[in-house]
Design a protein around this ligand. Structure first.
Ligand code: PEP
Ligand code: MG
Length: 746
């Protein structure tokens, strides 16, 4: 077999490029390519398999196999040698295909006559597009340089596909044009329809084949030099701490790695342009990233991926500004996004879809605060979505429909219209109390965390802000906010509340909320770790400063404040003593102090429900933080998709526990409220009210539905239904919904 060299490879790429430049349908082009590759690789067979859908590969063109098999032969991902190449994202090279592990006999293709098999993935930055195969009658293992050459060809095919070279063909047209449903998880409920806006636009390489390798090598060397200087600049920042420095050192090591540049130069010598060589290297990195289970190694591969992105931007001059215009109804699509960047977009976003993200991530907190539907863990959305694509975000179900069929889009429009109608109905109840048929009135408060939330106080008809989460003002900065700044923000919040009152919760950091400018602690289980009041008491500087800011912001008006995550009475007494000391200090400094002060504790750990009587006597009010309480009651991580919905709030044990808390509060005349997400779910909310919780604090959008329901029912009757379920050891959901159906059918 004649040995291939780089100039053979370059010749093949040029022929390929010229052939693709000829007019013709997608199928013609594919057929020309397979013919050309088979010829150039001295193989009787060359075939292109492309993904029909994410799980199925289809033979789309072949030189050498039976023509009838084209568009007929299909394989599942992982099935047969072709399916394995696609799944692993790595080449497979064997002299005896039928004897290879996983071989699947496909009689319709006639491939049994060709034992030598070399398959390489067609992928673009880790995005699987298909598999390119050459086969030969002579039982031989393809040489290393042949494997390299075929990989380079596959790379060019992937780029051409991205540029739409095969789009007129039905098989290829699937990419970026077919409707696609992606199942992720709920980050924030709600439904939205709009058009894709990519947070980081895709870098498009228009010239995968090099005109002149020497020029391309010069270009890549110059770009790598620029990249190295920019990474060195990052490291020269004086304020880096030890850990940040270590991370950046590793990053720098990659940027200076000789192997990285050498591999790209070798691909250029085989005929790729500088950009295509970077993308080929990046594809290999992404494929490895999927295979590596070790988190540390994955992080390092992420670094490499990130460097490749920077290098591509330098080479193509494409930054974040690609000239694309944001659609009027943007749905943000990103791998992940920081809270500050999300706030910059603000309420103009109709929806958010993240490929990564987590329920408790800062982005999710901001999305929730802005009431923007959010779907997280939307696998592959980044490789599928193009700027401007139509998209429907179903935050309720955690599903995204990209380029939806008209029927799907229509059914979502209907759902949204119904929701809008319901909101109108709720508006008519705005000024009425949540008075149930038995005469009991439940106070409905709203949760907030941003200045931007305050207008909802008016629209929703909430009596006041029952929980103001103060973390966001800390999380969105890259340095600790100053006391004056905070005081000004809190004062604006109070002004916007127009005398309705705001219950501020002091800083709940730690766990999922890590301040970017505070030294992170590597905790095995941060949700049960050093967080909230524990940090406030152990490192009192921040809490003291926050309390001073809060006192000043109130300018003598009544103040309501609660401490998060109190597990035992002493933590509450210590925090209260700290507040007393700050009040004294502020008074001495001549600041006016609030006329009245109510100091509460959040009950988020089961332990607090069993605190000694003294605690219940001394605390002004208790607010049940049901999100945390439930996760600790059931030992089920609220951020873990596998378990977070596993246990029901209406289980007899949890309701029994709620009854105990209510009874203890009643005994000592301690006000009790519930401010976790469950307070905004109508069925759960009415059960809490029936069990004696007189104040519920929830997202503004939930006030209408909860009020509507509460006004329709008799809480005394409902209490009877729940207590019977508890006594029978039954989950209350079914009896409660049956009872409700009877009420509403009257
Ligand atoms: C809760 O835990 O229910 C709560 C309101 O606090 P957060 O969701 O901010 O932890
Ligand atoms: Mg909590």
């Amino acid at each position: 077999m004649p040995k291939r060299n780089d100039s053979d490879s370059r010749k093949l790429l040029r022929r390929l490029r010229d052939s693709l430049a000829l007019p013709g349908q997608g199928q013609d082009r594919l057929d020309r390519i397979t013919n050309l590759i088979a010829d150039s690789m001295h193989s009787e067979v060359c075939s292109i398999y492309l993904f029909r859908d994410p799980e199925t590969l289809e033979l789309c063109s072949t030189e050498g196999l039976k023509a009838e098999a084209v568009h007929q032969t299909r394989l599942k991902l992982g099935e047969g040698l072709v399916g394995q190449v696609a799944r692993k994202g790595e080449p497979m090279n064997t002299a005896n295909a039928p004897a290879a592990k996983g071989f699947r006999y496909m009689p319709e293709t006639g491939e049994e006559a060709y034992p030598a098999f070399l398959g390489v993935p067609i992928q673009r930055i880790g995005e699987r597009l298909g598999v390119l195969v050459v086969q030969s009658k002579v039982a031989r293992v393809y040489a290393e340089d042949e494997v390299d050459a075929l990989e380079v060809v596959a790379m060019v095919l992937a780029e051409m596909a991205e540029l739409g070279a095969f789009n007129s063909d039905e098989a290829m047209a699937g990419k970026h044009t077919h409707p696609l449903m992606v199942r992720g998880s709920t980050g924030q409920e709600g439904v939205a329809e709009g058009h894709v806006w990519l947070h980081e636009p895709r870098v498009v390489v228009t010239n995968p084949v090099a005109e002149d390798p020497l020029t391309e090598i010069e270009r890549i060397r110059a770009a790598v030099d620029r990249l190295r200087v920019s990474v060195d600049d990052l490291l020269s920042v004086a304020t880096l701490d030890k850990e940040q420095r270590q991370v950046l050192e590793a990053y720098r090591m990659f940027a200076h790695s000789r192997g990285w540049l050498r591999r790209m130069e070798e691909d250029i010598a085989r005929g790729l342009s500088a950009e295509a060589a970077v993308q080929k290297e990046q594809s290999a990195t992404r494929a490895r990233m999927e295979q590596v289970p070790d988190a540390y190694l994955r992080d390092r591969l992420h670094d490499l991926d990130d460097l490749a992105n920077r290098l591509l931007r330098i080479l193509t001059g494409q930054g974040t500004d690609t000239g694309a215009e944001m659609p009027a109804d943007p749905v943000l699509v990103a791998r992940n996004i920081g809270p500050a960047e999300l706030l910059d977009y603000g309420r103009k976003l109709k929806g958010i879809v993240l490929e990564e993200g987590s329920v408790g991530s800062h982005a999710a907190i901001v999305a929730r605060a802005l009431a923007i539907p959010l779907v997280i863990h939307a696998d592959r959305i980044l490789s599928e979505a193009l700027n401007g694509n139509a998209i429907v975000v179903d935050g309720d179900q955690g599903i995204v429909h990209l380029r939806p069929e008209e029927t799907i889009a229509r059914s979502f429009r209907d759902k949204m219209a119904m929701q809008a109608q319901a909101q109108e109905r709720y508006a008519s109840l705005r000024s009425l109390p949540a008075e149930s048929r038995c005469g009991t009135i439940t106070a409905l408060h709203m949760n907030a965390g941003l200045m931007a939330d305050l207008p909802s106080l008016e629209h929703s008809g909430a009596e006041r802000v029952g929980l103001f989460r103060t973390e966001l003002q800390f999380l969105i900065r890259n340095q600790m906010p100053r006391r004056e700044e905070l005081a000004a923000i809190y004062a604006r919040v109070l002004d916007a509340a127009k005398g309705r009152g705001v219950t501020f919760r002091t800083l709940d950091i730690g766990s999922d909320k890590v301040l970017p400018y505070m030294k992170p602690h590597d905790e095995p289980n941060p949700a049960m770790g050093w967080r909230a009041i524990r940090v406030g008491l152990d490192k009192p500087g921040i809490l003291r400063m926050q309390l001073q800011a809060l006192i000043r912001a109130h300018r003598g008006e009544p103040m309501s404040l609660m401490f998060p995550f109190i597990a035992e009475g002493s933590e509450f007494y210590d925090a209260r003593a700290m507040l007393d000391a700050q009040l004294e200090r502020e008074r001495m400094l001549g600041h006016v102090i609030p006329r009245t002060i109510r100091i509460g504790a959040m009950l988020e750990t089961p332990a607090l429900a069993f605190a000694p009587d003294r605690f219940f006597r001394e605390v002004d009010f208790i607010s049940i933080g049901g999100n945390d309480l439930k996760q600790f009651f059931f030992a089920a991580d609220r951020e873990n998709e596998l378990v977070r919905r596993r246990y029901d709030t209406l289980s007899p044990s949890f309701l029994e526990f709620i009854c105990r808390i209510v009874a203890r509060c009643q005994e000592f005349n301690t006000d009790l409220s519930f401010c976790g997400e469950d307070a905004g779910r109508p069925i759960e909310a009415m059960c809490f009210a029936a069990l004696g919780i007189r104040t519920l604090s929830m997202r503004p959008a939930s006030i209408g539905p909860v009020k509507t329901l509460l006004r329709r029912i008799d809480l005394t009757q409902l209490q009877g239904v729940i207590k019977t379920a508890i006594m029978d050891g039954e989950n209350a959901r079914q009896p409660v919904t049956d009872w409700l159906a009877m009420q509403t059918s009257d």
